[in-house]
Design a protein around this ligand. Structure first.
Ligand SMILES: NC(=O)c1ccc[n+]([C@@H]2O[C@H](COP(=O)([O-])OP(=O)(O)OC[C@H]3O[C@@H](n4cnc5c(N)ncnc54)[C@H](OP(=O)(O)O)[C@@H]3O)[C@@H](O)[C@H]2O)c1
Length: 286
């Protein structure tokens, strides 16, 4: 967890009395979003599959919440691919906090694979976790969002802004998330619910970054703002998009990437085309 000095730019108590449900809240980026919200008074519900992981993040967050009078609850054993599973954690969250004001759809899966080695099942798994999981999360939270006139934050990526080799599954899933966010923003606007999306660039210290950027030498110099992202960069964007300062913002995808995607795709350039060609001509996998 990063330190919280940067939150001095945000007003203390900004989210006092509010409650947020976060899928993927035990992950590297989303736990920082949770910490930021709690620091400003928001209670949070952390949702994931691995109970131990959820418990360890909850105990980290309890210390942060104690100072800001914000509570944290955690629910392991929840798979976002199951609407019943999501409905159950929503019910438990409402019984803990009495409401849900904010929702972050952060749960995701990722791995590197060229098309030839990507099984139909592997493709479906990523689309199910990222896209169907985001749909299920909003679906299960919807009655509470209607009551609170709440706000939804999807998490996508920039991988579908151009063709990124070894990431066709994630690019397809994340493109779907952007589309879902845009459509729901339009549908929900008249009943007072806002929907936005954050598209993070490469965030240092995450498993995804380590996998996608195996060679980090000179990598930062290729990012216009000359450094990789930090989890707090995503947390800051989160606070802004949930805050009243964004009350007239819905249906936007906020890219938080130091300008990286504008440079084109450097991540996998070293493997292009030789490694890729070799893999594409190996025995196909069904
Ligand atoms: N890291 C980056 O540089 C980067 C760049 C662009 C976009 N993003 C996006 O930012 C978000 C957070 O990324 P991260 O790097 O922090 O990921 P992470 O550390 O791998 O966390 C992912 C979280 O999702 C949960 N999860 C996965 N499958 C799930 C399922 N079926 N049901 C419920 N929960 C599930 C995991 O918990 P369990 O395994 O316990 O379920 C974990 O808490 C993701 O949406 C990712 O695609 C990240």
């Amino acid at each position: 967890m990063e330190n919280h000095e940067y939150f001095k730019v945000w007003q203390e108590g900004l989210f006092q009395g509010k409650a947020c449900l976060i899928t993927g809240g035990s992950g590297t980026i989303c736990r920082q979003q949770a910490a930021a919200l709690m620091k400003l008074g928001c209670s949070v519900s952390i949702v994931g599959r691995d109970q131990e992981q959820v418990d360890s993040v909850v105990s980290l967050l309890e210390k942060i919440g104690a100072q800001a009078k914000a509570k944290v609850v955690g629910f392991g054993g929840c798979d976002v691919r199951s609407i019943e599973s999501m409905a159950a954690v929503v019910a438990k969250t409402v019984s803990a906090f009495g409401k849900i004001d904010y929702v972050i759809c952060g749960a995701a899966g990722n791995f590197m694979s060229d098309f030839n080695h990507l099984s139909a099942n592997a493709f479906k798994t990523v689309v199910d976790i990222d896209l169907l999981g985001s749909f299920n999360t909003v679906k299960a939270c919807y009655p509470e969002l209607v009551k609170s006139k709440g706000s939804v934050l999807f998490i996508s990526a920039t991988l579908h802004y151009y063709g990124v080799p070894f990431q066709s599954h994630v690019g397809a899933a994340k493109a779907g998330i952007d589309a879902l966010s845009n459509a729901l923003a339009v549908e929900f606007g008249p009943i007072g619910i806002r929907c936005n999306c954050i598209a993070p660039g490469p965030i240092g210290g995450t498993e995804g970054f380590n996998r996608l950027v195996p060679n980090k030498k000179n990598f930062e110099s290729k990012i216009p703002l000359q450094r990789v992202g930090r989890t707090k960069d995503i947390a800051n964007a989160t606070i802004f998009l949930f805050s009243p300062a964004a009350e007239w913002i819905t249906g936007t995808v906020m890219v938080v990437d130091g300008g990286f995607w504008q440079m084109g795709n450097f991540n996998t350039l070293e493997m292009y085309p030789d490694v890729l060609k070799q893999k594409l001509l190996e025995k196909p996998k069904l």
